[in-house]
Design a protein around this ligand. Sequence first.
Ligand code: C2E
Ligand code: MG
Ligand code: MG
Ligand code: MG
Length: 278
Amino acid sequence: RAKIYHRAAYCYFTREMGVEIRERVRMMHALRTAFEDERLFVVYQPQIDMRNGKPFGAEALLRWRTEDGDLISPDKFIPIAEYSGLIVSIGEWVLRTACYELDKILKSGIKEFRISVNVSQAQFTHPLFLQVIERVLADTKIPPECLELEITESMAMADLEVLTLTLGKIKSKGVRISIDDFGTGFSSLSHLQKLNVDKLKIDRAFINEITSGTNEGSITKMIIQLAQSLHLEVIAEGVENLEQANYLLQFGCYQAQGFLYAKPQNKVDFHAWLHDHQ
Ligand code: C2E
Ligand code: MG
Ligand code: MG
Ligand code: MG
């Protein structure tokens, strides 16, 4: 009986797997076509200094509009881009697009603005990544310290030696590094102390906990204190209400990104928004 059960389970598993693989391959082709046909675009979500309500930067976020006009969430297609290797060329395009946008912002009279760009592990560990950064900086002529790369905590906690080397090279260009979704990975505090990063980005889940009744934001408080003791900047992601904003201010986190202030916007709306909020 155990044997029959086992075989049945096995067949079920492969059939499901077949469907999943076919779907992934279909998405992969569709994504490549969308990239070639320029149906990927970048939106920008402002980052705010909550002490004065002023935007000081923005995060570039990728969007995919299908031929039918539907938007596909990056949470769905970024894994496909990573799995297929497409993320290397797509990611380079996002970086370039975001830096050009920043150049336009700086030239439109807004000073000291920063742009944050998400970077996947495959890009970060790619042998040509540093050259890509150098080329984009040279082409767009933006000040390197106005560019911030967001890496995830799991990446930051991988091979320390390789990571330190890559980070060191990026940092020597003047580009800033932040750790995205902080608190959701397996942080080694000793790694964190050794890594030359500039900023921690508190994951939205912990900001949500401030008002959801779970733990009363104790993890958020802890991350703010950690950032303070390591002399790192800290930003809260997914701030949706004033109670969360006040909590963050009370414990010394002044930077925020969230729907309370602004949603991600296409470049035209974003420029208009920025000039309205000076
Ligand atoms: P992330 O880097 O952690 O980006 C923040 C996500 O939180 C964005 O989702 C943003 O729209 C959302 N968000 C911001 N404020 C709020 C809020 O107040 N409430 C809620 N409910 N959500 C908020 P989005 O744009 O769907 O992106 C999801 C993830 O996809 C990103 O998470 C990032 O990991 C990945 N991603 C997006 N663009 C890129 C890219 O160009 N390259 C790479 N490698 N990953 C990207
Ligand atoms: Mg991010
Ligand atoms: Mg995040
Ligand atoms: Mg995230």
